[in-house]
Design a protein around this ligand. Structure first.
Ligand SMILES: Cc1cc2nc3c(=O)[nH]c(=O)nc-3n(C[C@H](O)[C@H](O)[C@H](O)COP(=O)(O)O)c2cc1C
Length: 169
């Protein structure tokens, strides 16, 4: 894997990844190789704030991964080729709280400087958590609340500064 640390390289990578998220999804992973969890996300985005390249994720507190993201200073984000979509379905429908769901996939966890990614990931973003705040339903239109938050469990917005990226060679 090639490690990217230059801001210009990271921003260029962001541009190529933007279109992938809604259709191809991504994984958000947090913890270390001895204790981590990962989940599929589709409601996520790449952008800039405070002149920093960032990854935004919206994660419900009931997800086991949420506990790891909340606890850790960093989280990582993985992008895959379409052949791994079945793996992302498993990781997005089963909880690491109930089973070793990664073992049910074809993915191979690996350590990167104390964080975790997967050997099969085409791209891994290493994100430093800058912000974590539940969405306030009072600031949302009624149709969104009615459609998505009838049960009262709102997403928490995480902003992670992309400090490094790894690209599979
Ligand atoms: C395609 C897809 C996209 C998803 N996107 C999100 C998301 O953006 N935010 C979220 O909180 N859950 C999302 N989920 C649901 C979680 O991935 C799912 O609840 C997962 O089982 C949580 O695993 P965990 O309990 O091991 O963390 C998505 C699921 C799928 C299949």
């Amino acid at each position: 894997m090639k490690k990217l640390t230059e801001r210009a390289e990271i921003e260029q990578l962001q541009n190529t990844l933007v279109a992938h998220i809604p259709n191809d999804w991504a994984l958000v992973t947090a913890g270390n190789i001895d204790s981590f969890n990962t989940m599929t996300v589709a409601w996520a985005s790449l952008g800039d704030i405070w002149w920093k390249p960032v990854f935004n994720a919206w994660v419900k507190p009931s997800r086991y991964t949420y506990e790891f993201i909340e606890r850790e200073e960093f989280f990582t984000v993985q992008f895959f080729s379409p052949e791994h979509k079945d793996d992302l379905v498993i990781l997005g429908t089963k909880s690491g709280r109930d089973c070793d769901k990664v073992a049910e996939t074809g993915l191979t966890p690996m350590d990167i400087d104390g964080k975790v990614t997967f050997e099969e990931a085409l791209v891994t973003l290493v994100c430093r958590k800058l912000y974590s705040q539940p969405l306030d339903p009072a600031g949302l239109p009624e149709d969104v609340v009615n459609q998505y938050y009838q049960d009262g469990e709102v997403h928490t917005h995480f902003i992670g500064e992309i400090v490094e990226a790894y690209v599979k060679e």
